[in-house]
Design a protein around this ligand. Structure first.
Ligand SMILES: *Cc1c(COP(=O)(O)O)cnc(C)c1O
Length: 222
């Protein structure tokens, strides 16, 4: 497994305007350092403890993205340094991030996670739940968070047409949300979708952030 080569390959496939989050979860610091030396400075992690340990021991100019399911009692550990939280799936979680961000005297960038897959198990708002939350307007009072866009995961399937349809539905909801609630917010511009097996479809559908792990670092042992 040559991490630098894999990284170069993935980067060469990304059009302008699409950024790579290298998903390093369950891989050791050495793997991250190899990608870092090859020029990658944005990494994604899904466990609070693991991300915080890596943040503490790795170069400080790394941009850490939290892509997992965030528990409210752990927000405080990542809020001082996290660059973007991808998986906000309730108003309660957003409000709690805001509270901890205020304590840390920061503004924390967040993405709202939409449930687009057919599987029951994936987290996220349904489009209607998300509309209701945004229309409610309470989030506008949360001064220490910034909603920078949306995130979603397609169904884990070989059916490419289904994957495309799910990404397109997220993309059109993104356009709707942008026009309805964030027309004047230049920061509302991120659409986080696409993983190792489906990032090409995600890019075709308008992704701005792809989260690629195993294609760069190899299979995870967990
Ligand atoms: C693990 C993970 C990824 C990366 O998955 P790969 O298939 O290894 O590319 C992307 N997004 C989320 C939310 C993940 O949990």
């Amino acid at each position: 497994m040559n991490i630098a080569e894999n990284l170069k390959q993935v980067l060469s496939e990304l059009p302008e305007g699409v950024r790579l989050v290298a998903v390093s979860k369950f891989h050791p610091n050495e793997a991250i350092e190899e990608a870092y030396r090859a020029g990658q400075h944005v990494f994604g992690e899904s466990k609070v403890q693991e991300m915080t340990a890596k943040y503490e021991s790795l170069p400080k100019d790394i941009e850490w993205h939290f892509i997992g399911h965030l528990q409210t009692n752990k927000i405080k550990y990542i809020v001082p340094y996290v660059a973007l939280i991808h998986g906000i799936d309730s108003y309660k979680l957003l409000a709690e991030v805001n509270k901890q961000a205020a304590k840390a005297d920061r503004t924390v960038n967040c993405l709202l996670q939409l449930h687009i897959a057919r599987e029951e198990t994936k987290f996220g708002f349904s489009p209607d739940e998300c509309r209701e939350m945004l229309a409610g307007g309470e989030w506008k009072e949360l001064k220490n968070i910034r909603i920078c866009g949306l995130m979603g995961m397609a169904t884990n399937t070989d059916n490419v047409e289904q994957i495309k349809a799910e990404f397109c539905s997220l993309s059109s909801f993104f356009q709707e949300a942008k026009a309805t609630w964030f027309a004047d917010a230049e920061y509302f511009r991120e659409l986080s979708m696409g993983m190792s097996h489906d990032y090409h479809e995600a890019i075709s559908a308008g992704s701005t952030l792809v989260r690629v792990g195993s294609k760069i670092f190899g299979e995870r042992n967990y």
